[in-house]
Write a protein that binds this ligand. Structure first.
Ligand SMILES: Nc1ncnc2c1ncn2[C@@H]1O[C@H](COP(=O)(O)OP(=O)(O)OP(=O)(O)O)[C@@H](O)[C@H]1O
Length: 277
């Protein structure tokens, strides 16, 4: 619970208007035992705006998870700086929550117990108001009737919904999602993507999503940050101007295809046009 210790919260006054967090010329070099230094990230700058969904896409190994870990306070950049505003103003780790690719629910607790777990850890007790809030969140993610079930009684998609509910229980300012739907089948994945958009419309959370899927990035995002191969740098930053609410039909819009192609070009260069990946 001390994971933010090594990144001092800078005053919110250091942030540009509308930004929740800023990464400024961030670099990360890992020292390895045998292979010498690995430059994972170089000169990466990004302002994350309050209330937006922003995706990071880029080739494997370009430093997406490293950025996420730095934002979570689990790693410190070797160069540059990260300015945290109100995301760190909350008690302990409560300002930032993470959803991983796997649901990581505690198997010995009910779904309600899992959603309430961060409250129990933070406050050492759970109040009726906390329980009511947990039930609200379970309703929001479509699990209203599942509160007393055990995790192994739920499908993978339902477990991931529960972990999204759990991530919201402390009302974080920033929600970090690391390939959150990567382990799900295609249809379940689509459902959860659209449900995440509904949750975002209701909560207006600031959400950063790491994804390997270009279509997922376009569907979910207000902006997409495209990264180059390692050492990861910002290659392109697009605003996705497609109307909301987005639906199952959104990917059929011409503009959706144009954004996807531009991202593909950012990642693959000229190869993108003849590339069916
Ligand atoms: N602790 C570490 N020590 C040494 N190298 C590391 C360490 N963590 C990450 N790296 C290297 O840094 C680079 C970026 O890793 P990172 O996991 O951030 O990439 P990524 O874009 O999330 O990859 P993927 O899309 O495959 O999940 C990779 O080359 C990785 O091998």
């Amino acid at each position: 619970m001390e994971r933010h210790e090594d990144i001092s919260p800078a005053p919110a006054a250091g942030l540009s208007a509308g930004n929740l967090i800023e990464l400024s010329h961030v670099g990360m070099t890992f020292e390895t035992l045998k292979g010498g230094p690995v430059v994972a990230l170089q000169d990466f700058s990004l302002g994350i705006k309050k209330g937006e969904i922003i995706s990071l896409v880029g080739p494997s190994g370009c430093g997406k998870s490293t950025i996420l870990r730095m934002l979570a306070g689990l790693q410190k950049p070797t160069t540059g700086s990260i300015t945290f505003g109100e995301a760190h103003a909350k008690k302990g780790f409560a300002g930032i929550a993470i959803v991983f690719q796997r649901p990581t629910l505690l198997p010995w607790l009910t779904i309600m117990g899992n959603v309430l777990y961060p409250v129990r850890v933070l406050n050492n007790r759970v109040t009726p108001a906390d329980k009511a809030r947990a039930q609200e969140l379970l309703e929001m993610v479509g699990l209203a009737d599942m509160a007393e079930r055990m995790p192994n009684e739920l499908s993978g998609g339902m477990q991931q919904r529960a972990s999204i509910a759990r991530s919201l229980i402390l009302d974080p300012k920033l929600l970090l999602m690391d390939e959150p739907f990567g382990a799900l089948d295609a249809l379940t994945r689509e459902d959860l993507q659209l449900d995440l958009l509904k949750i975002h419309a209701q909560t207006q959370k600031t959400i950063l999503v790491v994804t390997h899927s270009i279509n997922e990035a376009v569907l979910l995002s207000d902006r997409v940050a495209v990264m180059s191969a390692r050492p990861g740098r910002m290659k392109d930053l697009l605003s996705i101007d497609i109307e909301k609410p987005r639906t199952h039909e959104t990917p059929t819009h011409a503009r959706f295809g144009e954004y996807a192609l531009r991202i593909r070009e950012g990642i693959y260069g000229d190869r993108a046009k003849g590339d069916s990946k």
